[in-house]
Design a protein around this ligand. Structure first.
Ligand code: SF4
Ligand code: SF4
Length: 118
């Protein structure tokens, strides 16, 4: 009986669910959605690779930077290491949260160190 009463009460309430993706949700400020890497600010030192707890970042020191979003924990440790230890600010956690892909390979970003201009 209590259950029926509860069910009837909820018939007249607005649903708790959202009509995503038709209606975009309100994203809370500071959401750690994805790692964005600036290949021009990066010095390819490998510190973010060293401190990444899940092995999502691999750096070929002095040459290339690789990020696998499929392994990322979105903890922002790489961003902090780059910002406060290396002082380069080459990594930013951006608020983009829509990561669904059909192919795993599309979750991987590879940046090669740009060649110096002559
Ligand atoms: S810590 Fe920063 S500067 Fe060093 S490799 Fe990572 S992103 Fe580049
Ligand atoms: S957010 Fe965390 S898990 Fe993801 S790449 Fe950075 S350090 Fe690694």
């Amino acid at each position: 009986m209590r259950l029926t009463g509860e069910a009837l009460k909820n018939v007249f309430k607005r649903p708790f669910t959202q009509k995503y993706p038709k209606v975009k949700p309100i994203i809370p400020e500071g959401l750690r959605g994805r790692v964005e890497h600036d290949k021009n600010k990066c010095i390819y030192c490998g510190m973010c690779d060293k401190y990444c707890p899940s092995g999502a970042i691999e750096v070929e020191v002095g040459r290339a930077w690789r990020y696998d979003m499929g392994r990322c924990l979105f903890c922002s440790q790489c961003e902090e290491v780059c910002k406060y230890m290396v002082r380069k600010n080459a990594i930013t956690m951006v608020m983009d949260f829509e990561h669904a892909e059909r192919k795993k390979s599309r979750l991987i970003t590879i940046h090669k160190k740009p060649k110096p201009e002559k």
